[in-house]
Write a protein that binds this ligand. Structure first.
Ligand SMILES: [Zn+2]
Length: 153
């Protein structure tokens, strides 16, 4: 989520820089009357007719956060990178996913074949619950923050 990519030419940008451009090109954007922030990070913009959407500075193309949204295909190289990470990991933590998407289950099964400990952190049932070493039914923010406090120096 810290990168933004042009859908046309593939140019990559720091998300913080794009956020600065949005704020500079849309004065008053932080006023609550114009924007309501949702808990998931989405923003409802009251006056979107005049909202200036930043475009790619290289080709003018549409910019998108460099994440795979629900319903999108995972680029082959991204899945290979994730699979490579599983192949060299000591454990797997799955956070904030129902694992409805098949690629998530494929990575979980790869970890199981390697007999890695698998921890799932998610509010509610996931398709991987029966295959996890530990399932934590909780929010990802507070759980991952607690992990970091205990595991990181
Ligand atoms: Zn571009």
């Amino acid at each position: 989520m810290d990168r933004v990519t042009c859908l046309r030419c593939g140019q990559s940008y720091a998300r913080a820089g794009i956020a600065e451009r949005i704020n500079a090109e849309n004065p008053g954007l932080t006023e609550p009357a114009l924007v309501r922030m949702a808990p998931d990070g989405d923003a409802d913009v009251a006056e979107y007719e005049s909202f200036v959407v930043p475009a790619c500075t290289v080709c003018g193309g549409t910019l998108k956060p460099d994440v795979v949204f629900f319903g999108e295909f995972i680029p082959t190289e991204k899945f290979a990178e994730a699979s490579s990470m599983v192949a060299s990991s000591d454990a797997m933590v799955i956070a904030g996913s129902s694992l409805v998407v098949n690629s998530g289950i494929r990575l979980l099964e790869q970890a199981r074949r390697r007999k890695l400990p698998i921890v799932i952190v998610n509010r509610g049932v996931t398709k991987g619950d029966g295959r996890a070493t530990v399932k934590i039914d909780s929010g990802t923010t507070e759980t991952l923050r607690a992990f970091a406090e205990r595991l990181l120096p």
